[in-house]
Design a protein around this ligand. Structure first.
Ligand code: OGA
Ligand code: NI
Length: 261
């Protein structure tokens, strides 16, 4: 965790010439640097840059940065550990729904695992902007590592109020995403969250997005649907859901409402 956190800080400290070669706006590129979310669709830019990287299916090693020199080694170890952790968490989510531990894994029909490494520089007037606008993650669930040097960054919407989620050393935050809400037929709710910025310190967060294979058809699990509990969501192909998410600006929980009956 510490190595990965330093690696992201070090990457964004590189001169812009070393980083800008990775800049891409195409959300299907498997390794890219970006700024804000979809700059062309936004009326205000968010105060952040990011690196997006596919973990599984993976990107080519040749696409990855050669600076910092430890990038591939540290990132590979981290992504493998996150993948193992995600599989364990997925089994626990199944059990918590009263199902066999492999039920959600089976419904995922494979996996899509990607990372977003967020970089929020200090902002002279933080109240005039936002780091990352309110949204729910479109995937199954997200394992988020926060920068313990910055106290306020991630906030979740709880009972109509924004609640800060303080980073705990050595701990991850697990955020429920839309696919888990759909599969669980509304038993789990994807969490609406955002990131704020501050005037003093750079903040980094590392999000590991875990979800179904892109060609999987996702609908409420049959075991959780009954006459008295009808399906709340229509079936959708996960890859299509992601495409429309990445084609729209961030807008709270708007995405999941498009597949609700
Ligand atoms: C995200 C995200 C929050 C944060 O990358 O999806 O919600 O704390 N990040 O940076
Ligand atoms: Ni998020």
């Amino acid at each position: 965790m510490a190595n990965m956190m330093e690696l992201v800080h070090d990457f964004f400290r590189l001169p812009i010439e070393d980083r800008s070669v990775y800049y891409a706006e195409d959300s299907s590129s498997k390794f890219r640097m970006g700024t804000s979310f979809i700059p062309s669709k936004e009326t205000r830019r968010m105060w952040q840059d990011y690196l997006h990287q596919a973990c599984y299916p993976p990107c080519e090693i040749a696409q990855l940065p050669t600076k910092p020199p430890s990038y591939v080694k540290i990132w590979t170890a981290y992504a493998e550990a996150m993948n193992r952790l995600a599989k364990r968490v997925l089994g626990l989510f199944s059990e918590s729904l009263g199902l066999e531990s492999g039920a959600l894994e089976e419904a995922f029909g494979g996996e899509r695992h990607a990372m977003r490494m967020n970089y929020y520089p200090p902002c002279p007037e933080p109240e005039l902007t936002i780091g990352l606008d309110a949204h729910a993650d479109p995937n199954g669930f997200t394992i988020l590592q926060q920068d313990t040097r910055v106290k306020d960054g991630l906030q979740i919407l709880h009972c109509g109020a924004w609640v800060p989620i303080k980073p705990l050393p050595g701990a991850f935050v697990v955020n429920i995403g839309d696919q888990l809400q759909i599969l669980s037929n509304d038993a789990y709710k994807s969490v609406e969250h955002r990131a704020v910025v501050n005037s003093e310190r750079t903040r980094v967060s590392i999000a590991s997005f875990y979800g179904p294979a892109e060609d999987s058809h996702i609908a409420p699990l049959a075991q959780l649907v009954a006459d008295e509990a009808p399906a709340c969501f229509k079936e959708s192909v996960y890859g299509n859901y992601l495409q429309s998410f990445y084609a729209s600006k961030l807008d709270g929980k708007a995405a999941i409402e498009t597949v609700r009956y």
